[in-house]
Design a binder for this molecule. Sequence first.
Ligand SMILES: Cc1cc2nc3c(=O)[nH]c(=O)nc-3n(C[C@H](O)[C@H](O)[C@H](O)COP(=O)(O)OP(=O)(O)OC[C@H]3O[C@@H](n4cnc5c(N)ncnc54)[C@H](O)[C@@H]3O)c2cc1C
Length: 459
Amino acid sequence: MSVSKSLIHRLERICGSQSVLSDPDELLVYESDAYPLVRALPGGVVFPLSTEATSQVLKALQDHEVAFVPRGSGTSLAGGCLTGSDAVMVCTSKMKRILEVDLDNECAIVEAGVITQEISDAVAEYGYFYAPDPASQSTCTIGGNVATDAGGPHTLKYGVTGHHVFGLTVVLPCGEVLPLGGRTQTTHGYDLTSVFIGSEGTLGLVTEVTVKLTRPPAAYRTVLAVYDRMDDAGNTVRDIIAAGIVPAALEMMDQAIVQILEDAYAYGFPRDAEAVLVIELDGIEAGLDRQLDRILTICRENRVRSIDDAASAEQRAALWKARKTAFGALGRAAPTCITQDGVVPRSELPHILRFVRQVADKHDLRVASNFHAGDGNIHPNFLFDQRDPRQVEAVQRASHEILAECVRVGGSVTGEHGIGVEKTEALKLMFNDADLAAQRQVKHVFDPTGRANPDKIFA
Ligand SMILES: Cc1cc2nc3c(=O)[nH]c(=O)nc-3n(C[C@H](O)[C@H](O)[C@H](O)COP(=O)(O)OP(=O)(O)OC[C@H]3O[C@@H](n4cnc5c(N)ncnc54)[C@H](O)[C@@H]3O)c2cc1C
């Protein structure tokens, strides 16, 4: 079934013909996101310019009994914005206005299509920033971040997107506009803002977000700790947290990713190291050096090979650029890359890192890892060629085995990328039938006709 011409014409009347795509050549751009294994051509793509236009669009889709899939920038690593030919993609990328900066309440109201980094850029002149920093922050949208409850390297100290959202404007699948939350973190009654955070577009479409603004820290200490053994790096992470220190970020890269980064960008990482930790402390100047000394002692107790200081702002920026551009480098290393996303209790890090290697060896797969070690959030990147069905099957089996092990040791099947289409089966590792039925009932309340991002989260 395809989307009717009369619906396309109605969408054009609402948004203008330049904001509706239905030509198959133009739709090709929207057939996939950053999850490479599934492609699907949408029946149409529409770009509303406001909450009011979004409401009219969703009413039109309801009248035509057509499903819709919200999309921000399409950087989903879980196939969250794949759309079939019988559904319309509703893309927020033209809703890019910063509507208000409210310094008295330390918040800003922004449209859903604003690029995450642009929030910090817009408030920097007032001495603030928006703290959540997914590695995709220069590309992804705040609406997509809300829908996936995105994290990032600095989640360890600052928390995920949900911790920085005071309120939302959402449009329900029937077209009704729902203002949720306010300008503070306080909630009264059911916390519906939190229900929408992480719901991956399956309850409705977020059009505006009230985000909390944060004062930047006065000082940083950033070091690169180099290890000959992965186990020692994993034990360092465990011991830093056990010592009661909460770094701003505690990231790990394995040898494979370091070599791929060096091949691509020649940043100067040691190619022969089995693991590298990026450790960052931030806060007021007083006390930072004492915490750093304690961390360096822990690194030495765990046989660190060397510690490099990123003392200047330029060195720090270069180090984070290296970490955050890893995905681009992976694109040069193999025709296809899938980034897995599981969580383990931090004490299980050394175990799960060994497990990932064993599973990759067993399935004869290339794997490279860069991940939020401090959160126990692992990201094994499988490098393969999706034109070879044997390799695709091996990656899917390996992914499932790793996620099952994460759950077995007390973790979860996703840390930040969401369920999308990729993990509908894996979700059953975490929830029983009663849990899943309760979650479906929540969806039914907001989306009784099941037209909001169908086939995501629930298989
Ligand atoms: C290089 C790279 C690095 C990444 N690093 C991180 C990281 O560090 N941390 C992290 O958490 N993720 C990371 N991701 C994953 C991805 O960037 C995040 O999931 C991000 O939040 C998606 O934003 P987006 O605008 O691209 O959303 P999309 O990919 O367009 O959509 C993602 C999901 O949200 C839904 N959605 C989008 N907009 C809305 C809306 N306005 N209302 C309702 N639902 C909506 C979609 O239907 C879909 O289910 C990375 C991805 C890449 C490619």
